[in-house]
Design a binder for this molecule. Structure first.
Ligand code: F6R
Length: 367
């Protein structure tokens, strides 16, 4: 049932070229630059009238939501807030029938997310569900939605469900931007093409970077702490990299916006601390490189996720994890892959139960 893989987590990481493709197959016509998201059509009027969109989720799904905040604000010019379901449900949030909530959940059964949505619906808000498990409680409660089509995810740590969530959220942002007229046809086509290239690019990472990632895993398996840093669209990916590592290896890790690091976490940096930067080629690249210099000056051990052909980060980082070049809005889908693999291989090096980390359950149905 693990299809020849040693663990479900590895199998699911390797399924991503297919699951990413499945998330846009049938929804995206690259030739015609046409995007169909019938769930979105169903609540189109509500969405076009909404002054803000609120995204509610937990854990990894919350990270997908955070990235979607950046995407939707950029492409659709509408306010987006991202909320931890567990906080949102107890905060007596100000909501009415003009609000649209996007719920992001792999299992569709997370108790905090479910109750947050029930409360929001009572106040008249419209709920759009981005859920993996068909017919789950959240899918049934939502007024409309789009499934992620990642297939069953057995590994407790979410991998393929996360990338599928990102794809659906990207489609959502693109479609809404098209309806609102906030994206030019040229930019739309560019993004659709970039998205379409992702499955093959993920395949490239899986075919070309494993040895290097295993090497980095061996080198740092004894680390006590890790820092993951990224900016812009890659800040949520830094959070996700840190969460994956904590879950799978039990090594303490923190994700931070790369520049915010100066306001505290930099005190942790010494010659023992691995600092993983996401330094792909995007408008933040120069700034990220200067953040890398700051860490290097304090003798931190630099690992960097970089775009193919990078020449600058190479001179700074001890280890490079290479991903293909992509549009800045799409490239987080690529940057997360080496980070998933890094936690996986560190967990394996430490002989831990990567599919069922201690204290964790696949779906958190108690609050
Ligand atoms: C992390 C992980 C959890 C879940 C969270 C939400 O790898 O799996 O953080 O993302 O419990 O679960 P869902 O998406 O099922 O609502």
């Amino acid at each position: 049932e693990k299809g020849g893989y040693e663990h479900f987590m590895l199998k699911e990481i390797f399924e991503q070229p297919q699951t990413i493709y499945d998330s846009f197959r049938g929804r995206l016509d690259v030739e015609q630059a046409r995007l169909t998201l019938s769930g979105l059509d169903a609540i189109q009027d509500k969405l076009l009238a909404a002054r803000r969109i609120i995204i509610v989720a937990c854990g990894t799904s919350w990270h997908a939501g955070l990235l979607a905040e950046y995407l939707i604000e950029e492409l659709c010019r509408v306010n987006v807030e991202v909320e931890y379901a567990s906080e949102f449900r107890y905060r007596n949030p100000i909501l009415d029938e003009n609000d649209v909530i996007i719920a992001v959940s792999q299992s569709g059964e997370t108790a905090d997310t479910l109750v947050a949505l029930e409360n929001a619906k009572k106040k008249g808000a419209t709920v759009f569900g981005i859920v993996n498990v068909v017919g789950s409680s959240i899918a049934r409660l939502a007024d409309a939605g789009a499934y992620t089509h990642a297939g069953p995810e057995i590994g407790v740590a979410s991998t393929k469900a996360f990338t599928a969530q990102l794809v659906v959220l990207q489609l959502f942002a693109l479609k809404l931007a098209q309806l609102k007229g906030t994206v030019s046809p040229e930019r739309f086509t560019e993004l659709v093409k970039a998205l379409h290239a992702v499955p093959e690019q993920v395949e490239w990472i899986l075919n070309n970077q494993l040895d290097r990632i295993k090497e980095v895993a061996r080198k740092y398996r004894g680390a006590r702490d890790f820092l993951f840093l990224g900016r812009g669209y890659n800040f949520p990916i830094a959070l996700e990299g840190a969460l994956k590592l904590k879950e799978i290896s039990y090594i303490h890790a923190e994700g931070y916006p790369a520049a915010e690091m100066k306001h505290g976490p930099i005190a942790l940096v010494d010659e023992h601390l691995p600092v993983v930067f996401i330094a792909t080629k995007d408008p933040f690249y120069e700034k990220v490189v200067s953040n890398m210099q700051e860490i290097k000056a304090r003798k931190g051990r630099l690992v960097a996720v970089v775009s193919e052909g990078d020449k600058v980060a190479e001179t700074l980082a001890e280890d490079l994890l290479v991903v293909p070049q992509s549009d800045e809005l799409i490239s987080p889908l690529l940057a997360v892959i080496p980070l998933q693999l890094l936690s996986y291989y560190i967990g394996v090096e430490l002989q831990l139960d990567v599919d069922k980390p201690r204290n964790l359950a696949k779906s958190v149905t108690v609050e």
